[in-house]
Design a protein around this ligand. Structure first.
Ligand SMILES: [Zn+2]
Length: 68
């Protein structure tokens, strides 16, 4: 299994990520391209942006971070 898939504490700009739902601090990540066909369902035009998803290891809540 790829190393980025392990669930562990994550930091965004030196702030520890905490799930807003269950207060868990272990997340696994995945990269998502914002211009994939499925994303057009949201009605947003993304120009080749990629996002990092942090998925709560406990409740599955997904946090999105879009690279500038
Ligand atoms: Zn959670």
């Amino acid at each position: 299994m790829a190393k980025q898939l392990e669930s562990k504490e994550r930091y965004i700009q030196e702030k520890k990520l905490e799930c807003p739902i269950c207060k868990n601090d272990k997340f696994w990540t995945r990269k998502t391209l914002m211009n994939t066909p499925g994303m057009t369902l949201f009605g947003i035009e993304w120009a080749n942006k990629s996002a990092t998803n942090y998925i709560c290891d406990t409740c599955g809540h997904v946090l999105w971070f879009v690279e500038k």
